[in-house]
Design a protein around this ligand. Structure first.
Ligand code: CLF
Ligand code: SF4
Length: 505
């Protein structure tokens, strides 16, 4: 069985921002086999570009867990909190299937249904399979997805693959038990509680075995690794190398979320999460060996909607209609068609924009923040944004660096000064912020902070907009009107803006 292609970013001849032939003039990277490209194209977690267009939902049918992580407390329940393990109600498989059909009728961009807790999907195997099998029967066009700590994974590979599950996430935080004993106090294996280093040794062995067996079945394995400063951040490149060797397709380095009020061991002990800069540094150190996801929103176990959207409260059991949901497969197919057309337009505009910046010196780069409501456009008012997507832009394209969460500035017509302070801090390393509109006051304060508020690219596709702004920035640099703050060509170890876009470009 040939392994899935994984980008080797250490290979100097590889055009690092062009993993797939995008027709942009860069050297093409290894192309994905057609079946793999199909699996990636509409999955909002496996494709950065797809996350602008498609939604996922999680069904919380898996309450129990077979290990303990120092960052986890599933008793915590808060509707305002978005992070793994948090859930407002747990579901039976029957309720989960009913809910999926209602959401799939109301949210035609839904493409993926995942089981991501609140405990471990495979520690609740009966409920997990009953749910997956029910969804497979009722809505076969939806992609099934699963997240697990990997302890029970090896014995489930056959059944998952037979069921048509082609996307599995395994959380791997270490391969060294000495590191592991600072993350996992215990596991339960064969009905026996195992403590300390031995627990981590078994867990790591099982995770790598499970990943390798999934890869043999051509299941796309995404590895999530929690970045825990002072515990595993220096060890993570070794983790990434090991999971890549085992066959992982994609790596997702997520920041530890830790606060005393969560009641976790780490929260109580004062273990902090990484800063945005630290996270970016760790992601960069791991990018040499694998494709790195940068658009994760660390979803709740009952999340509904596009990444970054929280629509779970609209679909609680109490709000579901009593009767069976209508079959909305046709609506979902129409939505896919509309997305296809939007992608073609965005690809054309990107090509045109790339041609216009082709002569910009390769060493010139800039960083821009983008406000978007989804759909891949610069279409949100500065004051309405709860997050900004941050891109590094250069003559070879734009590359997502990450997201910056902020508080909404505009509250009922008034501007919130504290929120503006938070936003200015979150965007401090950006040269510009691309928005649909921005009010007078924030405009002035952004400019004073050296962040250009830009509205000329409003309602354009994000990458074309970022390149259009960069074109004008480069011209101003050439005229000596502005001084560049950074020389960071995206081609240096850059991830592709999107894996699947090549397929539509
Ligand atoms: Fe859910 Fe995970 Fe499947 Fe996505 S989430 S089970 S792969 S459908 Fe996505 Fe959410 Fe990040 Fe997970 S943004 S936490 S990576
Ligand atoms: Fe919590 Fe997941 Fe860790 Fe289990 S594997 S303890 S559910 S974070």
């Amino acid at each position: 069985m040939s392994p899935l292609p994984i980008v080797d970013r250490a290979t100097p001849t590889q055009a690092a921002n062009c993993t797939f032939a995008r027709g942009c003039g860069d050297e093409p990277g290894p192309e994905l086999p057609a079946d793999v490209a199909d699996l990636v194209r509409d999955h909002p977690c496996y494709s950065e570009e797809a996350h602008h267009h498609f939604a996922r939902m999680h069904v919380a049918v898996a309450p129990a867990c077979n290990i303990q992580c120092h960052y986890c407390n599933r008793k915590y329940d808060c509707a305002n909190e978005s992070r793994p393990g948090v859930v407002s109600e747990r579901l039976t498989p029957e309720d989960a299937i009913r809910k999926v059909l209602v959401v799939a009728a109301e949210v035609p961009e839904l493409s993926v249904v995942g089981i991501a807790g609140p405990g471990d999907a495979l520690a609740n195997a009966a409920a997990t399979y009953a749910t997956l099998e029910g969804i497979r029967r009722a809505a076969p066009d939806l992609t099934l997805c699963l997240s697990t700590n990997g302890l029970a994974l090896p014995e489930h590979v056959e059944r998952l693959a037979a069921l048509g599950v082609r996307h599995v996430t395994v959380t791997v935080n270490m391969i060294d038990p000495e590191v592991g004993e600072r993350i996992y106090p215990w596991i339960v294996r064969d009905g026996r509680k195992v403590l300390g280093r031995e627990a981590s040794r078994i867990l790591s062995e099982r995770q790598l075995e499970g990943i390798a067996r999934l890869a043999e079945k051509r299941v796309l394995v995404k590895v999530n690794s929690v970045v825990i400063p002072g515990v595993n951040e220096a060890h993570l490149p070794d983790v990434v190398r090991a999971v890549r060797k085992a066959g992982a397709f994609l790596v997702n380095l997520v920041p530890l979320i830790s606060a005393p009020e969560h009641g976790t061991h780490y929260g109580m002990a004062g273990q902090r999460g990484p800063s945005a800069e630290e996270l970016e540094r760790v992601q960069g150190s791991c990018e040499l060996d694998s494709r790195v996801m940068r658009h994760c929103r660390q979803c709740r176990a009952d999340a509904v909607g596009r990444l970054g959207e929280d629509r779970f409260e609209a679909f609680t059991l109490a709000k579901l209609p009593p009767g069976p949901a209508r079959d909305a497969r046709v609506l979902r197919a129409e939505r896919r068609g509309a997305v296809g057309r939007a992608r073609e337009l965005a690809a054309r505009e990107r090509q045109a924009a790339l041609l216009r910046v082709a002569d910009v010196p390769p060493a010139l780069a800039a960083r821009v923040a983008v406000a978007t409501k989804g759909g891949g456009l610069v279409d949100q008012h500065f004051g309405h944004a709860r997050e900004f997507l941050v891109y590094d832009v250069g003559h070879a394209g734009a590359r997502l660096v990450g997201r910056r969460a902020v508080d909404r500035y505009c509250t009922g017509g008034d501007g919130d000064d504290d929120a503006l302070t938070v936003a200015l801090r979150a965007l401090a390393d950006c040269d510009a912020v691309l928005v649909a509109k921005v009010g007078h006051c924030p405009k002035g304060q952004l400019a004073a902070a050296g962040i250009e508020p830009a509205t000329d690219q409003a309602f354009q596709p994000i990458e074309a907009a970022a390149l259009a702004w960069f074109e004008s920035f480069a011209a101003r640099v050439a005229r000596g009107e502005v001084a560049p703050r950074r020389a960071r060509p995206p081609a240096e170890g850059a991830a592709p803006l999107d894996a699947a876009r090549a397929e539509v470009a």
